[in-house]
Design a binder for this molecule. Structure first.
Ligand SMILES: [Zn+2]
Length: 539
């Protein structure tokens, strides 16, 4: 078999710019293994021997190779789908394998990991866990660098600060700031008696013999979730400013981001010098190229990870990126040490759930079609998950005409697929809550439904079953709704508390509420997750 040592080849960059045919093979390559690249090169040399003079044998330096392992949007520490995919213990195994191949291996998590999660909702000693389990497991899995995702700010200020201080990995952010008494400051991390500000960038110092390589990493986050203690500045301006500071200090710059894909593409257009953007926020794997910038996102919950094999050629100043999506399935064993830490947290959380009557291990059903709980879907339109919950509520109460739930009850921000247990239903509906049977007048029900439509895009958008709007009229159980008629509505206790946005009028003491039935402590309607489990078992 033909072989050729790529390390011994140096490409004349100025000439390559002119040769558009040749260029894609040796500039940044994606999804192309080095071996494949070699084969292309060999074929090229055989087919175009006249071009051989454009390649020179390296005299002094060898290209420096290093590896980035990229995760994004990891909410659960344990594997999902009956243990067959994901899990931080598999991430740890993969990291160790890569580290064995190349000691210059770095692990990144591009935001969204402190919330939401099943274990995070559990109270231990009166305090909700709120991401402490994730930080602990990430510490044991030896994650190196992270940035903020929007879900990090679901935590209150005290909890987020506690998680920052517990982190043994490094946080980077160019545009997330802490709103303090003394004005805007970078967030800080206090460890071992030292308090450090979270920097706008980090520099990796990679040494290979006499050679030294410096890679700058800047990080930015989208602006969607800003509670009063947080201020997030324009990610593009922050990235441009940081890039300008960084570019002359280092050999190449990459970005860690938590942005929508359109924003990542804009970032690549604005800063064409970025070799790679390791992104998050979207939950399905993707890879894009804008100019010379590779943008990659893996699947949420470590169902997959991106492995970026990078190669810097000092002679040409080029950083080649070769990205491979790696599925984290049963072919990767669980790392025993990290698995033990995961199981420790699970044991504590499961004990709490068992006390509430849940069976977290027995499969309920195997889904033929994934159930959609992604926020972008469920807060804007009926989804099969939203409708299934509303239908389960209706069927749990004999005589109910319809079922109604606010889409904000669903905090999965993902799809449920494959074999599922009550654990997955707790993931989907982490707040739980009772399903009430409320008799109300058609006028009030119509007002509620209209407010639900007004809440499109928010958690107050309603998922319903047994209700339909045709033209400007509402139909219930197939019949036109009458303002003065009384209807039986299966509805969450949260909605009846008047705490949902634009639905403050909906309270049990409203004059058009005719009766309210509250489930007893042994009734299945005491918890919406049990109601959904019962419904799915019958499917
Ligand atoms: Zn996000």
């Amino acid at each position: 078999m033909l072989s050729l040592d790529l390390d011994k080849l140096v490409v004349d960059r100025s000439r390559m710019q002119e040769n558009t045919y040749f260029r894609p093979q040796l500039t940044k390559t994606t999804r192309m293994h080095t071996r494949t690249a070699c084969l292309y090169l060999v074929l090229f040399l055989l087919l175009f021997p006249a071009c051989k003079s454009r390649l020179q044998t390296a005299n002094s330096s060898r290209p420096i190779q290093f590896t980035f392992l990229q995760l994004n949007d990891v909410y659960e520490i344990a594997p999902l789908e009956g243990g067959s995919v994901g899990g931080m213990a598999r991430v740890a195994t993969l990291r160790k394998q890569l580290l064995k191949e190349n000691p210059h291996t770095y692990t990144f998590l591009a935001g969204d990991f402190l919330n939401p999660s099943v274990i995070g909702t559990v109270k231990l000693d009166g305090q909700r866990i709120q991401g402490a389990h994730m930080v602990d497991v990430m510490n044991h899995a030896d994650v190196d660098y992270v940035t903020f995702g929007n879900h990090e700010f679901d935590l209150n200020e005290t909890n987020l600060q506690a998680r920052l201080d517990e982190s043994e990995f490094e946080w980077i952010s160019a545009n997330v700031f802490h709103q303090t008494e003394n004005g805007l400051r970078p967030f800080t991390i206090s460890r071992n008696g030292h308090t450090d500000s979270i920097p706008a960038y980090a520099i990796l110092d990679i040494r290979q013999g006499e050679q030294r390589l410096r890679i700058g990493i800047l990080a930015v986050t989208l602006t969607t979730n800003q509670p009063s203690y947080v201020s997030i500045s324009d990610p593009f301006q922050a990235a441009e400013k940081t890039y300008a500071l960084l570019k002359d200090e280092v050999d190449a710059v990459v970005a860690l981001s938590h942005l929508a894909i359109e924003e990542d593409q804009e970032l690549a257009r604005r800063i064409p010098g970025l070799a790679l953007i390791m992104g998050g926020h979207e939950h399905d794997n993707m890879i894009h190229r804008v100019g010379n910038t590779v943008i990659a996102k893996a699947d949420a919950n470590a169902k997959s990870a991106y492995i970026h094999q990078l190669e810097y050629d000092a002679a040409t100043g080029e950083l080649k990126v070769n990205s491979t999506l790696k599925k984290l399935d049963e072919s990767l064993p669980l790392d025993p040490e990290v698995d033990q830490v995961v199981k420790g947290w699970e044991a504590k959380a499961y004990a709490a759930f068992r006390q509430q009557g849940f069976d977290l291990n027995t499969p309920i059903t195997t889904l033929k079609v994934p159930l959609d709980g992604r926020e972008a879907s469920i807060r804007n339109q009926p989804t099969n998950l939203g409708v299934a919950i509303a239908r389960a509520m209706k069927e749990a109460w004999p005589g109910a005409h319809c079922g109604i739930v606010n889409s904000g009850s669903v905090r999965l921000d993902d799809q449920l697929s494959g074999s599922i247990t009550e654990f997955d239903l707790i993931r989907a509906l982490p707040f739980g809550g009772k399903v009430l049977k409320v008799e109300m007048k058609g006028s009030l029900l119509t007002r509620l439904l209209e407010a639900g439509l007004q809440n499109k895009g928010k958690g107050g958008y309603l998922q319903v079953y047994g209700l339909e709007k045709k033209g400007d009229k509402w139909f219930i159980d197939g019949k036109e709704m009458q303002a003065d008629a009384a209807y039986q509505v299966a509805i969450s206790d949260f909605l009846m508390s008047g705490r949902e946005e634009n639905m403050e009028f909906l309270r049990t003491d409203h004059p058009d509420v005719l009766s309210v039935i509250v489930p007893g402590s042994e009734d299945i309607q005491r918890d919406i997750r049990l109601v959904l489990a019962e419904y799915l078992k019958k499917q």
